[in-house]
Structures are given as structure tokens and as C-alpha cells.
Design a protein around this ligand. Structure first.
Ligand SMILES: [Zn+2]
Length: 90
């Protein structure tokens, strides 16, 4: 393998240990809930989920779970509305 590519792979391994280097500006994901699959998206600081609960509350277990998973890689103010109880503030 080309030596410069080996260096890139080594760097990638280090980077992969530092998720705070990455900041999502938007994404869309399929979330497998207990009863069904939902599409969760995040864009322009706005969360969306296709589940019925989100439609009524603007927050749901799927958006909260993804926020928890991705916290190091999301803007500081990216918490879904109502998520403040589950997020430790600095
Ligand atoms: Zn949901």
C-alpha cells in the first residue's frame, strides 16, 4: 500500500476517537422503534420525526435518542425541544 495512504488511515483512526471534530449540519436517518420504523431528520437546527408523538409534541423518543447518540457531533444548541431535562448543561 502507498505509504502516504497508510498515514491517512492512521490519522483516520485517531480522528475516529474524537467525534467532536465532526459537526452535522443536517442528516436523515431511519429509526427502528419498538413498533415501526420512523424517519428522523435534522436540518437548520430543526428536528423532525415521522412518528405520531412528534406530531403532537415536537419531540419524541427517537429524536431524543439520536440527539444523545450524536451530541458530540451536533451544534451545542441542537437539543430537541423538551430535551433539556435529559441534557446536562455546562
Ligand atoms: Zn419519533
Amino acid at each position: 500500500m502507498h505509504s502516504s495512504l497508510i498515514g491517512k488511515i492512521e490519522k483516520a483512526k485517531r480522528y475516529a476517537q474524537e467525534p467532536e471534530r465532526v459537526r452535522f449540519s443536517s442528516f436523515e436517518a431511519t429509526f427502528r422503534g419498538e413498533h415501526d420504523e420512523y424517519v428522523v431528520s435534522y436540518s437548520n437546527n430543526q428536528w423532525h420525526c415521522t412518528c405520531a408523538f412528534f406530531a403532537g409534541w415536537n419531540v419524541c423518543s427517537h429524536t431524543l435518542a439520536l440527539h444523545r447518540l450524536l451530541t458530540p457531533m451536533l451544534p451545542r444548541d441542537a437539543a430537541p425541544s423538551g430535551a433539556s431535562a435529559s441534557v446536562t448543561t455546562a
